[in-house]
Design a protein around this ligand. Sequence first.
Ligand SMILES: Nc1nc2c(c(=O)[nH]1)N[C@H]1C(S)=C(S)[C@@H](COP(=O)(O)OP(=O)(O)OC[C@H]3O[C@@H](n4cnc5c(=O)[nH]c(N)nc54)[C@H](O)[C@@H]3O)O[C@H]1N2
Ligand SMILES: Nc1nc2c(c(=O)[nH]1)N[C@H]1C(S)=C(S)[C@@H](COP(=O)(O)OP(=O)(O)OC[C@H]3O[C@@H](n4cnc5c(=O)[nH]c(N)nc54)[C@H](O)[C@@H]3O)O[C@H]1N2
Ligand SMILES: [Mo]
Length: 810
Amino acid sequence: MTNHWVDIKNSDLVIVMGGNAAEAHPVGFRWAIEAKKQNGAKLMVVDPRFNRTAAVADIYMPLRSGTDIAFLSGVIRYLLENDKIQHEYVRYYTNAAFLINDDFKFEDGLFSGYDEQTRKYDRSTWAYQFDETGQPKRDLTLQHPRCVLNMLKNHVSRYTPEMVERITGTPQKDFLIFCEEIAKTSAPDKAATFLYALGWTQHTVGAQNIRTMAMIQLLLGNIGVSGGGVNALRGHSNVQGITDLGLFPHMLPSYIPLPTEADTSLDAFLKRITPKTLMKDQVNYWQNTPKFMVSMLKSFYGDNGTKENEFGYHYLPKLPKGGMDQLRYIEEMYQGKVNGFFCQGMNPIASYPNSQKIIKALSNLKYLVIMDPLITDTSEFWMNHGEFNDVKSEDIQTEVFRLPTTCFVEEDGSIANSGRWLQWHWKGAEPPGEAKTDGEIMSELRAELIHLYQKEGGKAPLAPLEAMSWNYANPLEPKAAEVAKENNGYALEDLYDANGNLILKKGQLLSSFAQMRDDGSTSGACWIYTGQWTEKGNQMANRDNTDPSNLGNTLGWAFAWPLNRRVLYNRASADLAGKPWNPKRQLVKWNGKNWNYVDVADYGTAPPNSPTLPFIMQPEGVSGLFVRERMADGPFPEHYEPMETPIGTNPLHPNVISSPVARILESDKADLGTAANFPYVGTTYRLTEHFHYWTKNALINVIAQPEQFVEISEALAAEKGISHGDKVKVSSKRGFIKAVAVVTKRIRPLTADGKTIHTVGIPIHWGFAATTKAKKGFFANNLTVRAGDANTQTPESKCMLVNIEKITEA
Ligand SMILES: Nc1nc2c(c(=O)[nH]1)N[C@H]1C(S)=C(S)[C@@H](COP(=O)(O)OP(=O)(O)OC[C@H]3O[C@@H](n4cnc5c(=O)[nH]c(N)nc54)[C@H](O)[C@@H]3O)O[C@H]1N2
Ligand SMILES: Nc1nc2c(c(=O)[nH]1)N[C@H]1C(S)=C(S)[C@@H](COP(=O)(O)OP(=O)(O)OC[C@H]3O[C@@H](n4cnc5c(=O)[nH]c(N)nc54)[C@H](O)[C@@H]3O)O[C@H]1N2
Ligand SMILES: [Mo]
């Protein structure tokens, strides 16, 4: 989130689109209700289903799954045509005025630079024009035909209300209500917030769904302000933490990419990833990347990382050519190229797309290690569970090891919530049986691996393992506090400022990442977490909920990264002179030295009316309505159909139907179906009463939601002769599930491109492994497509083509 949970109450208009907050985030959703109560805010929901959030909304409208970009681009068109934008904000705080390179084009569904062979874009034309002094050219009058705003206007001109209805199935009159409501927040003192989650991310165009919304927020001046923002409601309670700490195949902690095989030295790597300041006087905070990277390496390798060996840079694993992701890794396993798999805290046969392929992939392993407090479907993948897991155990040679872990209530630690608040928690119970913490298991594995390598040798080099610093009082039992301080960072020598004043003594904890150095004199594994545990103690344990601003920015409660800032880009909450757009919800104010007021300002010390602009993480100082090279699929968003499309065409450009750069492997293309055999749209989602695949193990949840079901409209039920309560089989090109049919008014057919579109709603929570007497069920992921977003690794779990038939069996 750019903002935070409590801040939602400050909104004038809460839009839930691409998520179902009342169901999947019922505790945090109270702040949406507070916005209604305290501000008279309206709540608008746009979702293929009339879900539990819609049930308490003021305005609900349906749309066909996978078409949000068309809807939101139509909104952008409306705002521009009707001049409902916040002018000053757009002119100075976005790149609206920047001129776009003359070679940049968009034609017939493709941006300039597309290579059909590699299915990738050469993004060099997605750039600005520069003047003789190397500065980007701007036209602050916004008249130039190649300025971003006019190019955007032209790009979205195709998304008329008629076209929006034709693609999305949302009736035009509903769509226009949405436009009118949101347009009201172009007033400088009004803010809308968007709450979203998987309804937007789980698409081949997921990242662009979110970007289109962010562009709307920028045009309305709703970013950096209280009650506004771009607010992802995160999933598992600490999934924000795993993202921050870089638990991806292509990332290091704190959003620093993992080097590739082509990055042959630390210097070359840093040169490639450190952005140059693009416009003079701008902060361009990522220019500090070398300080963050070297401090991280010092934390990883301690005294084994020296200037001479590039601080241990060569010990880091390197991303192979072509990258690595979940789809490719499973493919390698499927092809028998992988010996062993450590599965820590996940249940891939239930959660990854195309479950039957995952089961075959695991069957090709020599060994599988499961670290989990529970039995999971994955730990039993080799067991026959009748029609639910129809495998022959005797054919599967994979050796499975189960290492029981604790869960969060059985250990101390921190959890990062969606609003970037790091909150410390304390152990509440002793772990049962032989359970150990993940840290203990990993530490023992490390020690034993080193020991075995030293004794017997091995294929992989031992040096990286030996070089890793492991400075814990008990190396087999790292304490959460020790790890938290390691992430925060230390001074490795006495540190002085430019005037020769001592800032920190050797061994003291850093209080800000501004203290980090690139010469090896500081250590810290995750720069954005610096400040969480300082010489003043554990800031994550702070529990003072005093709220002088009444905006919910309780600076004394927990620690929000970065530097306890509650609203990112908060300098954008005031004009260039520092006058707040909304005096009632003022966040920052110039005090002669800096902008700190009721939030920690992110703006350094540039005084009012200085040329330094608020988007300090961008090398041009402003936010991007046009993205230069970051996105894999285009500098402006464009509607592409899902990989499996029910209309079989793209009304905007019939030659480019689905995303031309979507992530899909050649081998999975044969598993795509068409509307001829699978005429309906299947979409998967959660229920409040269950948490993924764990709560099959908790009797109370099993009682609350006892049996696998799917939801269909009354119209589809009538067409297929299905009655409420009948048993049905839902199938896709990949597999099938059987479930009870729930016939409901909450799902209704839509008309898109002249066709009737029926949706089949599929809750995800069933499987076969449970310690309770829970009824077994089928994986929703038997049905899903192995294809995903080109920018992220997220698969397209929210739309696929299916068929549904009534079945009669005992
Ligand atoms: N009780 C409970 N809570 C949970 C979880 C759980 O398992 N149980 N899981 C947690 C996790 S890990 C996560 S990531 C979050 C997920 O939180 P959410 O994303 O809110 O949950 P979902 O139910 O997956 O899907 C959200 C909604 O997206 C809609 N949708 C589908 N396709 C589209 C589309 O193309 N456009 C739009 N606008 N909407 C679409 C669906 O109809 C559904 O209502 O929930 C978390 N909270
Ligand atoms: N079709 C479809 N598929 C989906 C989704 C969807 O909407 N539709 N949603 C996707 C999303 S958003 C998510 S997040 C995934 C979830 O997919 P998974 O993460 O694979 O599913 P979980 O059941 O949450 O598995 C987490 C496991 O971690 C274990 N665990 C809990 N605490 C600890 C701990 O401290 N240590 C260790 N080692 N283990 C622990 C739990 O017992 C559980 O078995 O599913 C994805 N798959
Ligand atoms: Mo999630």
